[in-house]
Each structure stands twice: as structure tokens, then as C-alpha cells.
Design a protein around this ligand. Structure first.
Ligand code: PMT
Length: 229
């Protein structure tokens, strides 16, 4: 049985991949299946937490027992739902793959091919960084966990990029997934590093390849160290 060491702890977790509409039928999206975020939610609930899961598009996944699931689509919807829930949360985990950019315009009608018009170009504008906003709006004592999908390996500078990202985003813990062909996105297993901010002890732990639930447990172990009285 899992420890009930998150009893009474209110957590908000985002999962899945956002979709940014180009027109009524097309979107820009990403390959997040939501499995890692759902595993974070399932393990937290099993350890006694009160969990709100903000789910952008995922593959079909079982609803985790005892978890309040809110479904969203775009980065802006995800932002609104996460910010609303975060204002009363002890821990916020951003496992969702959030679009960094959205189309500058959403066409009202399906974009058509035309022989007498040039092919369309998509102009993108930047989405707000929800994780950085959460850090700015942080409640006293709130623990904020980010995830980072980085291509490459240790020698390829993944850890250096991750340390820089941890500093830039200002979160307490950053879970770094090395992504690439058949890694992290969509599959059942995950591996990576768990980095703590310098003011949170600065530990850097390697998480060996295992199920997404095992990775979730390692992250919750680190969170409980930070929220312990
Ligand atoms: O869903 P799965 O198929 O199980 O795959 C899991 C995963 C690989 C998607 C997941 O483990 C993961 O790494 N999620 C974060 C992916 C990501 O978007 O990384 P990033 O480096 O682009 O963003 C870093 C952090 O900032 C993330 O916590 C992200 O949620 C957050 N972010 C990013 C952009 C943005 N506009 N706002 C944000 O809050």
C-alpha cells in the first residue's frame, strides 16, 4: 500500500497537450498523451491528496478515482482553469505540454485552397508562460513543480538546459524528460532527472526508466520533503 502522506494536501495538476485553433477544423497540437499527468494525479489521490486535474487533449485514459477532472482545449483555457484552482492549492504540477505559440488569427471558416490566391502563411504569437505566472502569483508555502521536455542526452546538454530553465521559470522542482524517438511522449515509460531549485536544496536526482507511476511517486516523494512541517 502507498503511504497516505499527502492526506489533506490540495494539489492541481495539468496534463495532456493543448490545441491552438487555426480554423473551425484545424489546430496546432503536440504529441502529449496525458499519461504522465494522469499518473501524477492517480498517485497523489492514492496518497491521500485532494486532486484537481486540468486535462487538455489526451488519449482515452481511465478517470482516476476521487479526482476532479476539468477538460480544456487551448493554452488560454488551461491557463484559466489552472490559475483558478491554484489559488487554493498547496501544490501545483504543470505536466501538460502547453503550446508556446498560437496562430495570430483564427479563421471563422475553413481555410480554402485557391488557385488565384497565394498559399496561406501561418503567423504565430506567443502564449503566456503559465508556469512563470504561477510562480509570480504563488501563495505562501505553495510548492510549484514544472516538467521539461528536452531533446538530447546528458552529454548533449539536457541538464544544462534544464538548470537554466529551472532558474528562468522559478519553480521549486523541475522534472526533466529526455524526449526523442519513442521517449517520454505517448509511451508507458519515462525517465529523466528531478532538479530542485537552489533555495530548495538544489538536489539533482536521476530517475531511472520505469513506469510513469514510478516517476510520479519519485516526484511526490520530493514534494513531501518540501511540504513537511
Ligand atoms: O503526456 P505524455 O505522453 O505522458 O508525455 C509526458 C510529457 C513528456 C508531455 C511530460 O512529461 C512533459 O515533459 N511535459 C512538459 C512538456 C513541455 O511542454 O515542456 P516545456 O519545456 O515546453 O515547458 C516547461 C514547463 O513550462 C512545463 O511545466 C509546461 O507545462 C510549462 N509551460 C510551457 C509553456 C507555456 N506557455 N506555459 C507553461 O506553463
Amino acid at each position: 500500500a502507498l503511504p497516505r502522506d499527502l492526506t489533506g494536501v490540495r494539489v492541481v495538476i495539468s496534463a495532456g497537450g493543448t490545441r491552438e485553433a487555426l480554423d473551425p477544423v484545424r489546430y496546432l497540437g503536440n504529441r502529449s498523451s496525458g499519461k504522465q499527468g494522469y499518473a501524477m494525479a492517480r498517485v497523489a489521490a492514492q496518497r491521500g491528496a485532494e486532486v484537481t486535474l486540468v486535462a487538455a487533449h489526451t488519449v482515452a485514459l481511465p478517470q482516476p478515482a476521487g479526482v476532479d477532472v476539468q477538460h480544456v482545449s487551448s493554452a488560454s483555457e488551461l491557463s484559466a482553469a489552472v490559475h483558478a484552482a491554484a489559488s487554493a492549492a498547496d501544490v501545483v504540477v504543470m505536466a501538460a505540454a502547453v503550446a508556446d505559440f498560437r496562430p495570430a488569427r483564427r479563421a471563422d471558416h475553413k481555410i480554402k485552397k485557391s488557385d488565384d490566391q497565394p498559399d496561406p502563411a501561418v503567423e504565430l504569437v506567443r502564449n503566456p508562460d503559465i508556469l512563470a505566472e504561477l510562480v509570480t502569483a504563488r501563495r505562501d508555502g505553495q510548492v510549484i513543480v514544472g516538467f521539461a521536455a528536452e531533446t538530447g542526452d546528458e552529454s548533449g546538454g539536457v541538464l544544462e538546459h534544464a538548470r537554466a530553465k529551472l532558474k528562468r521559470k522559478g519553480c521549486d522542482l523541475l522534472v526533466v524528460n529526455a524526449v526523442g524517438e519513442g521517449r517520454a511522449f505517448e509511451v508507458e515509460d519515462n525517465a529523466g532527472w528531478l532538479l530542485a531549485a537552489p533555495e530548495r536544496g538544489g538536489a539533482e536526482r536521476q530517475i531511472p526508466l520505469g513506469s510513469k507511476s514510478q516517476l510520479a511517486s519519485a516526484v511526490w516523494d520530493a514534494v513531501t520533503e518540501l511540504i513537511a512541517p
